[in-house]
Design a protein around this ligand. Structure first.
Ligand code: OMP
Length: 265
């Protein structure tokens, strides 16, 4: 099993393409001694090696059984015997099973935004570990992980793909391959924030394609699609369709956070 340090080093390598993680770790150590890292949610100084303070951790809403096997959305307590929700039966998703570590709320939103907009890459091992736990049954019988890709222009601006970082953490923990370049975002879709459900679906329609080597790598294999957030499911739906068309034997989905009232999106 990979240590926290080795996972962090791999993230540094994945992000920069060259191994500068040793120097970065030394600088980070020196900087932490002078300026202790802050909790990404409340902004209070962190007193130990954790990436999140205990108070904010306790406010996270982890998703636990019983939940819909297809959508990963929790059931009310009295629905223990039901396996698939009415929503999944009415509108079956293009994927087989989905799991989310936490409910998307103020706390998880702060984590997601700190990771992808504020370069808090040290959050990825913690978030990826929770995803790996949430998706334990999916990962147990999967062959490879496939991150949702960014368009090359956004990747160039951000310098890393948060979904690829999270997939790399899970892959290290489970000893599985990550097919980083299997899927390609062929249209530069605007950010989804503020869009309605229909707009989101239109926004990502035909936006994803398998690369040539990606298509060969997923054919006949059971893959797990990885993303940071699922809101309406439009992105996961478009990616799952592309993967299935390319011949993937099964497509499951693991996200860090799931919006549970997407009717309001
Ligand atoms: O980058 C985005 O488009 C984005 C911005 C944002 O504020 N929140 C957000 O969830 N997203 C992305 O939108 C996708 C989830 O939205 P749905 O496609 O509606 O499920 C994921 O790929 C997110 O990374």
């Amino acid at each position: 099993m990979a240590t926290h340090a080795s996972v962090t080093n791999r993230i540094g390598t994945a992000r920069c393409g060259v191994t500068r993680s040793g120097l970065r770790s030394a600088l980070r150590f020196a900087l932490d001694a002078v300026l202790p890292p802050l909790c990404p949610v409340c902004g209070e100084p962190l007193t130990d090696a954790d990436a999140l303070c205990a108070a904010c951790w306790s406010r996270l809403s982890f998703i636990a059984r019983p939940y819909c096997d297809r959508l990963g959305t929790p059931f009310p307590h009295d629905a223990e015997a039901t396996r698939v929700s009415a929503a999944a039966i009415a509108h079956p998703p293009a994927w087989d099973r989905a799991r989310a570590a936490v409910r998307y709320d103020d706390v998880s939103r702060a984590l997601v935004h700190a990771l992808k907009y504020a370069d808090r890459l040290e959050l990825a091992p913690m978030m990826g570990r929770w995803m790996s736990e949430a998706g334990r049954d999916l990962l147990a019988d999967a062959d490879a992980l496939v991150p949702v890709p960014l368009h090359w222009r956004r990747l160039w601006a951000r310098r890393f793909n948060q979904a690829a970082l999270l997939a790399t953490v899970m892959a290290d923990l489970r000893g599985m391959p990550v097919l980083v370049d299997a899927l390609k975002r062929v249209r530069a879709t605007p950010q989804q924030v503020g869009m309605t459900r229909a707009e989101r679906a239109g926004n990502v329609q035909s936006a994803f394609r398998l690369t040539e080597h990606g298509a060969a790598a997923v054919r006949g294999r059971r893959v797990v699609l990885v993303d940071d957030v699922m809101t309406t499911g439009a992105t996961a739906e478009a990616c799952a369709r592309a993967l299935s068309r390319a011949g993937a034997a099964r497509v499951d989905v693991i996200v860090f956070a799931c919006v549970l009232d997407a009717t309001k999106v």
